[in-house]
Write a new protein. Structure first.
Length: 241
């Protein structure tokens, strides 16, 4: 696991975007695994800037996202489909037919998960997976629990995750309580993994992820077992290391 220290959030975003850009330049038809949430927004902004400057071409890229809320339609401003279009897809020359997220409106959760696993398999595998880090150590929406779940699954969101997402909704009652997420095995099968972390509030969990016991109560701790993980974190997030 490589740790890259960034001065602040903007520096973290630039450094992470440079890593993704290098992957795209080396393999113009690569498969990118993408994340949502507040931390990657700066990364996507940097990628858009590189595209606008003529340094990046998204036309051959395929993307698969980590997760999507269950029961929220794609045109809902809080859906991750909307998030990706607002922050990246609508601003670059990507083929929207090759951008994939779980179907949050599929009422049959087993079917939604099986369909998404099939989509990921048909891409040929993720070349680089971008991850954020939850305050409780979740990656995607793989919440702390007794086991690591392998494949895409429907998860009941932890109370801490619901509270963290509260700021995006008019009230806590509107925050979805379930989501579809890639499983840990799927994430770990990515050839490269890039984790972005920002803020002093993430410092305690980042220390556990990097140096703690590998256990499902801190789902991101499993990343210690992957052969090619890069963590880009700002000084505040690294303050306990």
């Amino acid at each position: 696991m490589r740790i890259i220290r960034a001065k602040d959030y903007d520096d973290m975003s630039r450094k992470a975007a440079n890593i993704i850009s290098a992957q795209m330049i080396m393999k113009p038809n690569c498969v990118l695994g993408l994340a949502t949430g507040s931390t990657p927004i700066g990364v996507y902004g940097q990628l858009v800037s590189h595209y606008q400057e003529g340094d990046l071409d998204f036309s051959g890229i395929t993307t698969v996202n980590l997760d999507e809320y269950r029961g929220i339609s794609r045109d809902n401003e809080q859906s991750y489909y909307y998030f990706m279009h607002d922050n990246l897809f609508s601003k670059v020359n990507i083929d929207l037919k090759r951008t994939f997220l779980p179907d949050g409106m599929e009422p049959d959760s087993a079917k939604a998960c099986q369909d998404y696993d099939r989509v990921i398999a048909e891409t040929g595998g993720v070349d680089l997976q971008l991850l954020g880090l939850g305050h409780n150590g979740h990656i995607g929406f793989n919440e702390p629990g007794p086991i690591f779940k392998a494949q895409t699954h429907c998860v009941k969101l932890a109370e801490s995750t619901i509270k963290a997402n509260r700021r995006f909704f008019a009230s806590e009652e509107e925050v979805p309580k379930e989501a579809y997420t890639m499983g840990i095995k799927t994430i770990m099968q990515a050839k490269k993994i890039l984790v972005v972390v920002s803020g002093a509030d993430k410092a305690p969990i980042l220390k556990k992820v990097i140096y703690g016991e590998i256990a499902p109560d801190v789902q991101a701790s499993v990343l210690q077992l992957h052969g090619d993980v890069t963590v880009v974190a700002d000084e505040a997030a690294l303050s306990e290391i």
